[in-house]
Design a protein around this ligand. Structure first.
Ligand code: 5AD
Ligand code: SF4
Length: 452
């Protein structure tokens, strides 16, 4: 009997940069490639296919791609010496924005694929393997992408679900409207089918994703709040979150839902970018500081314990000390539970890159340090304010120490607690006993009936 050797599974390594949209897309790329025999590995060493899922939002993120391609060249050459072929694919927003340049600059790259064309990956890889010399993927629409992607294979109790892509807001600093294109919302029926499939697979928490997620206006719904209510009806789904939102799309209905829908978690990421009306205007954010403060006040009236998170850019062209002080004042007034802050990075082709009054690097660095110190203080204070409270924790896995479990609070804080029995996906009551800037520790509260 001749022994037939099963073909070795091919190793797939995906490196994900940037936002949660990319995290979601990387998962979907794994799903697309799995029927071809690609099994994910967590290191690039000895991977047959390496995908860099890239981010174009700031210059640093883009530069990283080119240095990583340099490292992959060595990887490819080393494997070639061992008689193995390696396929290198560049995906994501840098692929979309600089595809031709990557092809011209980096001969070791086999294919470049924009965010709307991931369903074409198997075909592109096959073509690359035939060495047709054709290395640039065509662009597709968001709708085609969603229709063509296979069913999900979630692993874990929390999952992202992409409902909307692209942006029509054209903030003057941002490349997204150019890289991800115009806003597209998926039909409600498709989203609900995906959410039900996730629930059936054991997912308890869904985070709806979109570049402008609350601008959602998909076929079959009267808007984003309506979609949230429909998802909340799905059995098994215990928690719903969404990101990233734009202040001008925070409708009354959506704000009210934060008070009315218990599955909607009391945590909201709502980027403000600046506290100065002058700067907000130059950024084309379409609202001023008072408008943002008004939304926060109404959200807190609807849901008093809501935790807020935001994004800031410091050193936007024309930002004076006084403008920056207005940002600091807004932070002091609102009190954020967490935040991301960045130095303004001029992006090619965006209006702000050509504006007068570019701010010097030293001023940007100084402002960023001052802002981050204040934001860190607020994050620590928010975490410490949980000490003594008993929170519902969604168990997501085992901790590093034996007997330890970890999960997330309603406010998205990481929580560690000792519990041998906690099962993934269970929601348990944990009394918070310790806090650091980044996480909480607690003790499981055993209900009296259970203890008896
Ligand atoms: N420079 C710095 N930060 C930027 N962001 C977007 N574009 C730029 C840029 N050119 C930040 C914004 C946005 C977050 C995703 O990235 O704060 O909300
Ligand atoms: Fe970029 Fe502004 Fe659109 Fe957000 S709303 S993706 S910052 S253009």
């Amino acid at each position: 009997m001749s022994e037939k050797k099963r073909p070795e599974p091919k190793r797939l390594f995906i490196e994900t940069y940037g936002c949660q949209m990319n995290v979601y897309d990387s998962e979907r790329m794994r799903d697309v490639l799995s029927p071809l025999g690609y099994a994910p590995v967590d290191k690039p060493d000895d991977a047959d296919l390496v995908v860099l899922n890239t981010c174009h939002i700031r210059e640093k993120a883009t530069e990283k791609v080119y240095s990583e391609i340099g490292r992959l060249r060595a990887h490819k050459e080393r494997r070639a010496g061992e008689g193995k072929t390696t396929t290198i694919a560049i995906a994501g927003c840098v692929a979309q924005a600089e595809g031709e340049e990557i092809i011209a600059r980096a001969p070791e790259v086999d294919l470049v694929v924009g965010p709307q064309a991931y369903h074409k990956l198997p075909e592109l890889i096959a073509r690359a393997a035939r060495k047709t010399g054709e290395r640039l993927a065509a662009d597709f629409t968001a709708q085609e992408k969603f229709d063509a992607l296979p069913a999900r294979a979630p692993d874990g109790v929390s999952a992202f679900l992409s409902i909307q892509e692209g942006c029509d807001k054209f903030c003057t600093f941002c490349v997204v409207p150019y890289t991800r294109g115009a806003e597209y919302s998926r039909p409600v029926a498709d989203i609900l089918a995906e959410a039900r499939a996730l629930a059936d697979a054991g997912v308890r928490e869904i985070t709806l994703l979109g570049q402008n997620v609350n601008a959602y206006h998909g076929e079959g719904s009267s808007g984003f709040a309506d979609l949230l209510s429909a998802i909340a009806e799905i059995n098994g789904i215990a928690r719903i979150r969404y990101t990233t939102s734009h202040p001008v799309e925070m409708t009354e209905e959506l704000i009210a839902l934060h008070g009315a829908e218990p599955k909607l978690m009391p945590y909201l990421h709502l980027p403000v970018q600046s506290g100065s009306d002058r700067v907000l205007k130059a950024m084309n954010r379409k609202h001023d500081g008072a408008f943002y403060r008004g939304i926060i006040a109404r959200l807190r009236a609807a849901r008093p314990d809501i935790a807020l998170s935001t994004d800031f850019i410091v050193g936007f062209p024309g930002e004076r000390d006084q403008d920056f002080e207005e940002t600091m004042a807004l932070v002091r007034d609102v009190r954020f539970a967490s935040a991301y802050s960045f130095k303004y990075s001029p992006r090619p082709g965006t209006p702000a890159a050509a504006m007068m009054g570019q701010v010097k690097e030293e001023a940007k660095a100084e402002r960023l340090a001052a802002l981050q110190a204040l934001l860190s203080e607020q994050q620590r204070a928010f975490n410490e304010s949980q000490i003594g409270r008993t929170l519902d924790i969604l168990v997501a896995g085992r901790g590093r120490r034996p007997g330890q479990a970890h999960g997330r609070s309603p406010y998205l804080q990481a929580v560690h607690f000792m519990d041998e029995r906690a099962r993934d996906g269970e929601i348990v009551r944990v009394k918070i006993i310790g806090a650091t800037q980044n996480s909480l520790t607690g003790e499981r509260v055993v209900a009296e009936t259970e203890a008896a």
